[in-house]
Every structure is written in C-alpha cells, then in structure tokens.
Design a protein around this ligand. Structure first.
Ligand code: GAR
Length: 203
C-alpha cells in the first residue's frame, strides 16, 4: 500500500478547495490524510466544513501575535505535533514567512486563480478580466517567499469568450476542484520517471 502523506490545508474563507480535496480523499482519488485545517479567520466557513467532516481545525488570529515570526513558530509547533508533512494552501490569503518556508522546504503548495506568472496577488480573476486577457485559468505551484512566484506544477486555462465575472468564476472553481486533488495525487505518488533522471544528468 502506498504511504499516506499527512497534509494540513490552510484556508481563509469558503473552503470549497478544502472540500474538493477531502472529497477526493474520501472517493479514493487522492491518497493522503488531512491531519489539520488551519485558518487565520476563525469565522470562515472552512471551519464548519471541517467540523462536518470530523477533521480537526485550528484557528488563530494573526493580530494577536507581535510578529509573523511568532505566529509561524506557534503554527510550526502545531504542525509538527500533528506530524504534518505538506502544507496545502487553498485560499489562504497570507504570505508564508521564513519560519514555515524553512521548516517545510519544497513541501508548501498553493493554488491560484490565474495563469501565472500573469496576475499574481489579490483578486486574480478581476485582474484577468480587467486586462482583457483572452484566457483565464488556474495554477498549482510551489510556494516561495514571493507572491505567487514559486515554480509551477500544473496549470489549466480556458477562453474567457466575453463571459462575465460570475461565469468565469464558476468555471475557475470547477477547474480548481479537479486540478488541485489530481495534481496533489501526482505530486505525492508519481515515481520519478527514468527519462527525467537521465535528462537531468546530461551535460
Ligand atoms: C480560490 O479560487 C483560490 O484559487 C484563491 O482563493 C479561492 C478560495 O476559494 N486563492 C488565491 O487567490 C490565493 N492567491 P475556496 O475558499 O472556496 O477554496
């Protein structure tokens, strides 16, 4: 049996991506275990979703800490206590700082609602539409110290075709809910291909 990585899902809002990940696990499409949901917004609906699924959640209020370093050290302790191996950001609206980046090097993943590197940061869908771009889309990427700048793991796009915000948003969420669990499954379980190995040895 393949090992089951323990993940923490970080979210600040509705939590539909958390739900999609939990559903994929339940349906056997994603072999992982959600050890903890972490939120910086105790009133966020994601907390209720976790409760309904019987998944532990942990809320904190960043303003109650003197610095990002202090709350990240607290979070790191919590994550280690739950033996979390991967941090999966799903609508977590804060930059990750050095404490967590170092503790979970190359093990922090994010989903962003644009075809990165275009339209990083807040309201990516609004930015996409305002720019008149022909395509909208979503990106799953590693998290580094920048704002949505880490290396890209997977990406999908579709034509905007004159559609309004609501329709584009709906399509984006649909894509996200398929792409995120599928990408995580590959990331956690796909063996390194021989070809890649020898490619990287050349030169
Ligand atoms: C998602 O569309 C996600 O891509 C986006 O927030 C939404 C959260 O929805 N994330 C970002 O914009 C991060 N920069 P959800 O709470 O329903 O999963």
């Amino acid at each position: 049996m393949a090992t089951k990585p323990k993940i923490a899902v970080f979210a600040s809002g509705n939590g539909s991506n958390f739900q999609a990940i939990a559903d994929a696990i339940q349906e056997g499409r994603l072999n992982a275990e959600i050890a903890l949901v972490v939120t910086d917004k105790p009133e966020a609906f994601v907390v209720e979703r976790a409760r309904r699924l019987g998944i532990k959640s942990f809320s904190f209020i960043p303003a109650q800490y003197d610095s990002k370093q202090l709350y990240e050290e607290m979070l790191k302790e919590k994550l280690v206590e739950h033996k979390v191996e991967w941090l999966i950001l799903a609508g977590f609206m804060r930059l990750i700082g050095p404490v967590l980046l170092e503790a979970f090097e190359n093990r922090i993943i994010n989903i962003h609602p644009s075809v990165l590197p275009a339209f990083p940061g807040k309201d990516a869908i609004g930015q996409t539409l305002a720019s008149g771009a022909e395509r909208a889309g979503v990106t799953v990427h590693y998290v580094d110290a920048g704002m949505d700048t880490g290396s890209i793991i997977s990406q999908q796009s579709f034509p905007v075709a004159g559609r309004g915000r609501e329709a584009v948003e709906e399509e984006i969420h649909k894509l996200e809910h398929e792409l995120y669990p599928a990408t995580l499954q590959k990331l956690f379980h796909q063996p390194v291909k021989t070809k890649d190995l020898y490619d990287s040895m050349q030169g």
